[in-house]
Design a protein around this ligand. Structure first.
Ligand code: WT7
Length: 655
């Protein structure tokens, strides 16, 4: 485990549970409970069902190659192209149907619909343009863009030419962009001039340009013009390529999709871990695409005629898997909303659901808690009867928020799927099957059919129902990450070392550890208790304490810092910083602001500390490790428990 002992508080699971509504089950993509046993009996061949959802250029010879654990390979020998699967194969039946419905934030602006034919055309044109700029197969192309339709266009254009993409969340700072571009040796960037957020035209290009200044190698940059006349007057003509011009220059171009091996990288996604450097999670073409397609169909019940709405940002894995790849692979209509859920008013999301007759809504508990706080009148003002299924992801959902979602948004007629998964898992792992399973608010559900997730004790032994332990995955799955980019060693260390016999070449001796605590009940339902490493989950976004601490320690006048997650009513967790100043440094509000600013510069506004507390010392164990648990208790105003193992117990009073 991490240096701090895991703290696994019991989380409430509601007494009341719910059967899936009969009206839902009648039409569900998956309605047969026998799937669970069937998949166990057929494992790993059961996953051919997922691969069969795709069109393969060459079919695979082997479902699972487990000869070199933990470097598992799926559908080897097969080849396919992700953009063909998301576009070309739908043209005959769905060419004139909407692939993307894009809603910009300003209400006085026209929304945009991309039919499958239109999306296919623009992806081809931009793929040709990227080639023209020199992008070759296996070159990593970085995207630093908010929720604009050009983002999925660029992702699919990369997929078409076999160039992996690395999307950096637009809310991340210039420094964060630079770190990720350097780590991936990425020589291409697609970005934009700006975007709208709560009515303001944000200057995004300035951040991108600052990031580029910090990258040591040359970068070819494409800029999407989002703001038109509202832009910030940057002169882009010399160094950068204008997206619209490039696409116009390649009007009507077609690019033959490159056949990629199933195991070829589709994309990289950087995510936070315990140590400083973000981890470049590598996902593949065959396994990942099979996984997100199968889970979109089985769990989100996606059908081609749906209008599916996921309110996540494409800059995170949820958006990759369940706005872009899963929904488009299944040929449905996927919604993209640019702005804030409370702009211009607190009913914006419901207004969109009503206007587009959205059939599914997939969002985060933090959003649900905010909606709750804003009051039911905003939901009640809209006809949401088009909704058939509700989903949540990103953090544990408390039963009160679950019930609110179920009742006020779903009117008691939509199943709620609480989906546990991670950037690394590629797609959903633990959740109910909405047409099959009883729902227990607060518990995610059983592992999906074919997924061997188990809760274990510190030595890997199984634990009694109700007992807190560690979540593990005991068998590989097609959507799993394959490694950390150019760092196989760290891959083994971070995800496998804890519970595996790392000397063994027997795949059964290898256990994946997602670094979450969990408990399981008599029915096999798993309640995820949260991270047991030094990762904070703010509004469903993962932040490494080390990254934040090193930003703070980088401020002149700071001697030492520790950052922990404290409970927060809406965000789930918030960042609490404890700072020791150097002699002579005034502990002023101005200095606090400077520290907050340094964190924003290093990572982005999402990592903004909620509180910065100055302290003469940090609570440390006798071996000199910071006792984070104690700082968390301080942040939460909790009982501090046993402090006798501290080297400096007197500091506790002071804090
Ligand atoms: C971490 C992964 C999954 C895409 C968005 C976040 C937490 C995620 C749940 C859930 C309880 C959850 C875990 C996990 N988490 N979903 N339904 N219930 N916790 O992806 O940034 O990779 O974060 O989010 O702690 O490890 P991520």
């Amino acid at each position: 485990m991490s240096d701090s002992e895991p703290e696994l508080e019991a989380r409430l699971v509601a007494e009341e549970s719910f059967d899936p509504p009969a009206s839902f089950t009648e039409q569900a993509n998956v309605a047969d409970p026998a799937l669970y046993d069937g998949f166990d009996a057929e494992w790993p061949e059961c996953w051919e069902q997922a691969a069969d959802l795709l069109d393969w250029e060459a079919s695979y010879d082997t479902v699972l190659d487990d000869s070199q654990p933990p470097f598992f390979e799926w559908f080897t020998g097969g080849s396919l192209n992700a953009s063909t699967n998301c576009l070309d194969r739908h043209l005959d039946d769905r060419g004139e149907e909407a692939a993307i419905e894009w809603v910009g934030e300003p209400t006085d602006e026209a929304n945009e619909t991309y039919t499958y034919a239109e999306l296919h055309r623009e992806v081809n044109e931009f793929a040709a343009a990227l080639r023209g700029l020199g992008v070759e197969e296996d070159d990593v192309v970085t995207m630093y863009m908010p929720m604009l339709p050009e983002l999925p266009v660029a992702m699919l254009a990369c997929a078409r030419i076999g160039a992996p993409h690395s999307v950096v969340f637009a809310g991340f700072s210039a420094d964060a962009l630079a770190t990720r571009m350097e780590a991936a040796d990425s020589e291409y960037l697609v970005t934009c001039d700006g975007y709208y957020r709560r009515g303001d035209a944000l200057d995004h290009f300035e951040k991108a340009a600052d990031g580029l200044d910090a990258v040591a190698h040359d970068v070819t940059t494409v800029v999407v013009d989002r703001l038109g006349a509202d832009d910030h007057g940057h002169d882009l003509s010399d160094d950068h390529h204008d997206y619209d011009t490039l696409v116009a220059d390649h009007a009507g171009a077609t690019v033959d999709p490159v056949a990629r091996d199933a195991e070829d990288m589709l994309f990289l996604m950087y995510t936070s871990g315990t140590t400083g450097q973000p981890k470049g999670v590598k996902h593949t073409t065959g396994g990942y695409l099979s996984w997100v397609s199968w889970t979109s169909q089985a769990v989100l019940d996606v059908k081609p005629e749906d209008t599916y709405f996921c309110s996540a940002d494409i800059g995170w894995i949820t958006g990759h898997s369940y706005i872009v790849y899963g929904p488009l692979a299944l040929g449905t209509t996927t919604m993209l909303y640019e702005g804030a859920p409370d702009y211009p008013a607190r009913d914006r999301l419901w207004e969109i659901v009503e206007r587009y007759d959205a059939t599914q809504l997939y969002t985060a508990p933090t959003a649900i808690r905010a909606f709750m706080k804003w009051g039911t009148e905003h939901v009640d003002a809209h006809d949401l009867s088009s909704l058939r299924l509700l989903g949540t992801v990103g953090e544990p959902i408390n039963p009160r928020a679950w019930n609110w979602y179920y009742e006020h948004v779903g009117d008691g007629e939509c199943p709620v799927v609480d989906t546990w998964w991670q950037t690394e898992t590629g797609g959903m792992m633990v959740t109910t099957l909405p047409g099959v399973s009883r729902m227990k608010p607060g518990a995610a559900g059983r592992p999906l059919p074919g997924v061997d997730a188990q809760v274990v004790g510190p030595n890997g032994e199984s634990v009694e129902p109700g007992q807190a332990g560690y979540l593990t995955v005991q068998k590989p799955w097609p959507g799993m990450l394959r490694t950390l980019y150019q760092n196989d060693e760290r891959y083994v260390e971070e995800y496998w070392a804890e519970f595996s016999d790392t000397d063994s070449d027997d795949p059964d001796d290898w256990v994946y550890f997602p670094e979450d605590g969990a408990k399981v009940d008599e029915d096999g339902y798993i309640t995820v208790l949260g991270r047991v490493d030094d990762v904070i989950n703010v509004s469903g976004h993962r932040l490494g304490t080390m990254e934040i601490e090193s930003a703070i320690v980088g401020c002149e006048g700071v001697a030492e810092a520790a950052v922990v997650g404290g409970d927060h009513e809406v965000k789930g967790e918030a960042v609490y910083a404890y700072v020791i100043t150097e002699d002579g440094q005034p502990e002023s509000d101005a200095f606090r602001e400077e520290i907050v600013g340094a964190v924003e510069d290093a990572i982005g506004p999402i990592a903004r500390p909620e509180s910065v507390q100055f302290t003469p010392e940090l609570p440390k164990t006798r071996s000199g490790k910071i006792m984070r648990r104690l700082l968390e208790d301080v942040a939460n105003d909790d009982d501090l428990g046993d402090t006798s193992t501290l080297r400096n117990p007197e500091i506790v009073q002071e804090l």
